[in-house]
Ligand binder design. Structure first.
Ligand code: APR
Length: 228
């Protein structure tokens, strides 16, 4: 039976595909205060701004391609039973061919009802417009887990972390909970790796092999360590 390899990825893995990270640019996200565009309060205050912001992100992500790090993770499926838990809302893991991807913070390619979170729709275009409604008649919003909102996929992610033989953290500052807390569920005997050019400080567990490199280079090193 193949060993279980679980990945927790964050914005850093998509940086080399041209998608900006959140916290590398002085707290601003494409020129916006994060709370302005990624919170229920922000949505209530200015729906147009938030909708436009995610429309632009969706348009941008549509043209982005997976990089070597996404591709290498997908090819590890030949050797391991791989599940990717990502905080990213882009679809670069899927584009790279990964078959099991859990999006903790939602997906840009989908829209959600603003009154019933269970109503989620696949989008075949980049724009959600004012007046686009769910079947219950409410405005569609981006399918994104904003600050202060529940993370429905968290329980599933915890169960996966608990079963990991190998756990890889890649490209996340480990500052946002509950996602960052997943590393605490990884069994003691599992092999742990962290790939990030910048040390996460307190997020670094003692038993982690720290590969201080960008995602694409770091994945090459990891592949050598895992496959020899
Ligand atoms: N390769 C790997 N890691 C990189 C690269 C790269 N080329 N470039 C930057 N990084 C690292 C940074 O050093 C940092 O540790 O990626 C991490 C990005 O951290 P954040 O910007 O905080 O992104 P993330 O951890 O994914 O944020 C978590 O916060 O805003 C919310 O919901 C949003 O999912 C997001 C969550």
């Amino acid at each position: 039976m193949k060993k279980k390899l679980v990945v927790l990825s964050g914005a850093g893995i998509s940086a080399e595909s041209g998608i900006k990270t959140f916290r590398d640019s002085g707290g601003l996200w494409e020129g916006h205060d994060v709370m302005e565009v990624a919170s229920p309060e922000g949505w209530r205050r200015n729906q147009e701004l938030v909708q436009d912001f995610y429309n632009q992100r969706r348009k941008q992500a549509r043209d982005c391609q997976p990089n070597e790090a996404h591709l290498k993770l997908a090819s590890l499926e030949e050797h391991f039973d791989v599940t990717i838990i990502t905080q990213n809302v882009d679809d670069l893991h899927e584009k790279a061919g990964s078959s099991s991807v859990i999006h903790l913070h939602g997906e840009l390619t989908k829209a959600q009802s603003s009154i019933d979170p269970n109503l989620v729709y696949e989008l075949d275009h980049w724009e959600i417009k004012k007046g686009d409604k769910c079947e219950k008649g409410s405005q569609l919003r981006p399918f994104i887990v904003w600050f202060g909102e529940p993370v429905p996929k968290m329980d599933e992610a915890i169960q996966l972390a608990k079963q990991a033989d190998i756990f890889i953290v890649i490209g996340t500052s480990l500052q946002v909970y509950p996602a960052a807390g997943l590393i605490d569920y990884v069994p003691k005997q599992a092999r742990n790796f962290l790939i990030d050019p910048n040390s996460p400080g307190s997020g670094l567990r003692r038993d982690m092999v720290y590969i201080q490199k960008k995602a694409t280079e770091g994945m090459k090193t990891l592949e050598e360590l895992l496959l020899g």
